[in-house]
Design a protein around this ligand. Structure first.
Ligand code: NAD
Length: 410
């Protein structure tokens, strides 16, 4: 299942509902620019290895390119193209002044040392820096990259360009110019969207929730739900997960994973596979790992009432149709996980203005924005009698069309 096929199918389905101009269509079906770079890295044993790195700059219609950088063994150009297209749509759904991009490197980060990871990250910047910058393209973390990676990258960028504004990368650590609230923003943002829509979706005040993925996003979401009295009944990583009907303490599960490297023997919980997790009877299923988890093959087993997508592209279009037919609400990735890029845009703004906002200010602004845009997507879906993914796409397409029309009148 090629994620680019899913992304383009989603786009087509929205265009059928909400026509757009031929020019906009051709501008967003293909990225504005794609770069594939061969990145030489000196390995610890003194040998040189060449890694393949990518940056896909999908659309700058609404602002500078924005999107994360992923390190994964399966990362390839089509995956990065899909993720870049989703970024353009996501920034338009959130109505922030950003375009869409994505980057990556084909590498299994578990097979390289910390020093090699640092040299690879600096090498990625050396290959691409003329195309990056606070006014043109602002990367952020994604799967297997984190504040430390952004620190190396932003330091390398500053050395190469002498640009000291510190605004070319977001998702940096707090002591390197990062924003309060950024590390948990994607998961917490998903919680804010969920809370804004919970009663509209017919769910009770307190829900049972299963989360696939215990990375930055999954743990951030688990902690937000847990802190507000919801029951996190299952969590998993790439090798399997744990289930406890009475609920898990996400901070304890995450600490256990960090200490032992696995969830397998976590006490007072039942070991489950990732397939078991998708099939759990619960109120909310949260895919927070990778693409293509809820597919034509797995969708019939999904028993949750709501799917809150925090990963990008976890549900294929065929599975979307099956869920819609069963009246299972799907909060789509382009809305559900937009908290990350929204707070990244706040980080960029703080860096450019030389300000530092409090966590309350950052999360307060985020909550207001996501409640407004979340309800907007819900209302649009009701009006069009369709799912929230198509509805969110139609809103994004209208905003992109407005940006294109405005460019023409100037
Ligand atoms: P991460 O590297 O911190 O964590 C990924 C997690 O997924 C890990 O726990 C890993 O074990 C697990 N995983 C990997 N393969 C799996 C599989 N086959 N089954 C179950 N679990 C698996 O990454 P992250 O930053 O938390 O990103 C997770 C998802 O959220 C990605 O789809 C990413 O694109 C998306 N996302 C991230 C951000 C962000 O700010 N980091 C923002 C928006 C969207």
């Amino acid at each position: 299942m090629n994620p680019l096929h899913s992304a383009l199918a989603q786009l087509d389905r929205a265009i059928i509902i909400r026509g757009i101009s031929d020019e906009l269509r051709s501008r967003i079906e293909k990225p504005e620019r794609e770069i594939v770079a061969s990145i030489p890295v000196e390995m610890d044993d003194g040998s040189a290895r060449i890694f393949e790195g990518y940056r896909v700059q999908h659309s700058s219609l609404r602002g500078p390119y924005k999107g994360g950088i992923r390190y994964h063994a399966d990362t390839n150009l089509d995956e990065v193209r899909a993720l870049a297209l989703w970024m353009t749509i996501k920034c338009a759904v959130a109505d922030i002044p950003m375009g869409g991009a994505k980057g990556g490197v084909t590498v299994d980060p578990r097979t390289i040392s910390q020093g090699e990871r640092e040299r690879l990250s600096r090498g990625w910047v050396r290959s691409l820096y003329p195309l990056l910058g606070p006014d043109s393209d602002i990367p952020a973390p994604d799967v297997n990259t984190n504040p430390e990676t952004m620190g190396w990258m932003s330091d390398e960028y500053e050395k190469l360009t002498s640009d000291t504004r510190n605004a070319a990368f977001t998702g940096k650590a707090l002591d390197r110019g990062g924003s309060e609230g950024r590390s948990a923003a994607t998961g917490v943002g998903g919680f804010f969207v969920f809370e804004a829509l919970r009663s509209l979706m017919g769910l009770p005040e307190k829900v049972a929730i299963a989360i696939q993925g215990v990375g930055n996003v999954g743990v951030g979401a688990a902690e937000a739900f847990h802190a507000h009295g919801h029951r996190v009944v299952a969590l998993s990583d790439s090798r399997g997960g744990v289930y406890a009907e009475k609920g898990l303490d996400p901070a304890a599960v995450s600490a256990y994973k960090k200490e032992t490297g696995s969830l397998k023997w976590y006490p007072d919980a039942e070991a489950i596979s990732n397939d078991d997790l998708l099939r759990l009877e619960c109120d909310v299923l949260v895919p927070a790992a990778l693409e293509n988890q809820i597919t034509a093959d797995t969708v019939s087993g999904v028993r949750a009432k709501v799917v809150l997508e925090l990963a990008n592209g976890p549900t294929t279009p065929e599975a979307d149709d099956a869920l819609l037919a069963r009246a299972v609400h799907v909060i789509p990735d382009i809305l559900g996980n937009s908290g990350g890029v929204v707070v990244s845009s706040y980080e960029w703004e703080q860096n450019l203005k030389g300000e530092h906002w409090s966590e309350d200010d950052v999360l307060g602004k985020l909550r207001t924005l996501l409640e407004r845009e979340g309800r907007g997507v819900w209302d649009r879906a009701k009006r069009l009698k369709t799912d929230m993914r198509r509805a969110a796409f139609t809103i994004a397409l209208e905003r992109l069309q407005e940006a294109l029309d405005a460019k023409k009148t100037h």
